[in-house]
Design a binder for this molecule. Structure first.
Ligand code: BES
Ligand code: MN
Ligand code: ZN
Length: 529
């Protein structure tokens, strides 16, 4: 048994965290369109550009009795991105008690992507200062203010995530503050739209945080069955129709790839099926989201080295992104039909495990020679992509911590984007960029397909070291049924190994917002397929 005693004296077992109440019940972000002096908070965050003087924000320098001009002239603070400078507000005609400047770099380069990161970084700093009521000055006027408001709400909400959920000794992590976003006075005319954008950003980032909670759970707590239970709870709580298929149903459907990977484990696999069917939605297009749900990847018989294997608990981050995106899609009332598919299993080297050389038959009918049992993600996704089509998907996106090779190619900040046709890839790329998920397109030339040739079956499951992330994508393409399909390889981005100012060590929640926002862009899917 792998049950351990509960953290925080709650009497709960590991596995009892439902991942829900903490954020479901969370309050919204308040919005004020008033002079900064009227913003009634304990701590007021103001982004500060490196190309502006002390008087750039009306009355602020004087309210801090000249602390800003002093810091700027002594070079204690210059507005360098993510640098922080705190001061008291002494002018009692101001409502805020304290001031936190956060460096925002050049004012001409200030975009929502940076605003999201600045809000996350300053939000974490505000929490660590134990501020209960925190304001954020938007500092962007006109039309851009709406997009900026959403990004800031996302950043502030992302800053609420706690990674150390199982610590029993430390003091409890600082509570989430009550956030207020202050619009510039010029942005008053868009206040209603900004308010809606704040709600949207808050909800999207709450769903990102739910995905982070799931990815952070250890393999002994988050078995395939437990993953399915929690994902079903958070999605159906958001209004999504959920079905969990057990091992018998999976066998009836002929999913030999998913069953093959599951054979090595004593935990049975699950297939999660999420449906968003808004009343009155057109029959098509239907967005099909498929996420890799390996709750722990030992590599199977082709076992991984011990060093760093503990990280493989997050090999279900793509599946978590799909489940949490479905929740957002439903709560935000996306206008189109969406199906989400998450095949979930452990990849273990048990006595009944698949072996190199074994041949598996997919639900789509194609046969696969397993060369390396550690290339398990593409196997389960093959059956998942097939099932999304069975349920009527017309446009496919899969998300997976699929290859170490993509980390070699693009590093830890950028996910690899693969797919066809190029217009669909480009559309997903733009959507991801807006959502704050850094992605970059990779080629999938047919030539690489050679590497998957098998003497005995339709193809192998690995193509050797060269272009490893590309041959993995080409494997998936075999199961895309000729539909517009994009594959997002998040092996490098799902987990932050080193803390960044805006992202603590741990799960990042990557792809949740991209997938959710995609469901609102179908009017732009007018390329020829
Ligand atoms: N889950 C891993 C990929 C991975 C590696 C994710 C590093 C995060 C960090 C995947 O199942 C895997 O093991 N891929 C193999 C494929 C190989 C055997 C062809 C890899 O990348 O080494
Ligand atoms: Mn693997
Ligand atoms: Zn894996």
């Amino acid at each position: 048994m792998f049950i351990v005693a509960a953290p925080l004296g709650t009497g709960k077992r590991i596995g009892d965290n439902t991942c829900m109440p903490s954020t479901t019940a969370a309050s919204s972000i308040a919005c004020v369109a008033a002079p900064l002096s009227a913003v009634d908070v304990d701590l007021l965050i103001v982004p500060w550009f490196d190309d502006e003087g002390a008087s750039a924000v009306d009355g602020l320098d004087a309210a801090s009795s000249g602390e800003i001009s002093r810091a700027l002239s002594s070079k204690e603070f210059s507005g360098k991105t993510f640098d922080l400078f705190a001061a008291s507000i002494v002018d009692r005609s101001w409502r805020a008690q304290r001031l936190l400047l956060v460096g925002a770099g050049s004012s001409t380069a200030y975009r929502s992507e940076l605003a999201r990161q600045i809000a996350a970084a300053a939000g974490m700093a505000a929490r660590n200062r134990r501020a209960a009521r925190v304001g954020f000055a938007l500092r962007k006027a006109g039309d851009g203010a709406v997009e900026m408001a959403q990004a800031v709400a996302e950043g502030l909400t992302l800053s609420e995530y706690n990674v150390g959920v199982y610590k029993t000794g430390d003091p409890a992590p600082p509570a989430a503050p009550r956030w207020t976003v202050a619009l510039t006075e010029q942005a008053r005319d868009v206040a209603d739209r900004a308010r809606a954008a704040l709600d949207r950003g808050r909800l999207l980032a709450e769903c990102s945080n739910l995905a982070r909670e799931l990815a952070n759970e250890p393999g002994n707590a988050l078995t395939p069955r437990e993953f399915a239970r929690r994902a079903a709870a958070l999605a159906s709580d958001g209004g999504v129709k959920v079905e969990i298929l057990d091992e018998h149903r999976i066998e009836e459907l002929g999913m030999g790839l998913l069953l093959g990977v599951a054979r090595g484990s004593s935990e049975p696999p699950r297939l999660m099926v999420f449906r968003h069917d808004p009343p009155g939605a057109p029959a098509g297009p239907v967005l099909g989201l498929v996420g890799k749900g390996i709750t722990f990847d030992t590599g199977g018989i082709s076992i991984k080295p011990a060093d760093g294997m503990e990280r493989m608990k997050d090999d279900m981050a793509g599946g978590a992104a799909v489940a949490c995106a479905m929740r957002a899609i439903s709560l935000l009332k996306a206008p189109i039909r969406v199906v989400g598919i998450v095949p979930a299993t452990e990849n273990m080297p048990g006595g009944r495990a698949i072996k190199p050389g074994d041949i598996l038959k997919s639900a789509a009918g194609k046969t696969v020679e397993v060369i390396n049992t550690d290339a398990e993600g593409r196997l389960i996704l093959g059956d998942g992509l097939w099932y999304a089509q069975q349920l009527g998907a017309t446009h496919l996106v899969d998300v997976a911590t699929l290859t170490g090779a993509v980390v070699v190619a693009l590093g830890k900040s950028t996910s690899g984007l693969f797919g066809t046709p190029p217009e669909w890839v480009e559309h997903v790329r733009r959507t991801a960029l807006r959502a704050g998920d850094r992605v970059w397109p990779m080629p999938i030339f047919d030539d690489y397909r050679e590497q998957l040739k098998s003497e005995i079956a339709d193809f192998t499951n690995t193509g050797g070291r060269p272009a490893g992330s590309i041959t993995a994508a080409l494997f998936l393409k075999e199961f895309s049924g000729g539909l517009p399909w994009v594959h997002m390889d998040i092996a490098g981005t799902a987990w932050a190994e080193d803390a960044r100012p805006y992202l603590p060590k741990g799960p990042s929640g990557v792809a949740v917002r991209t997938l959710a926002e995609l469901a609102f862009t179908s009017s732009e899917w007018n390329f020829r397929t």
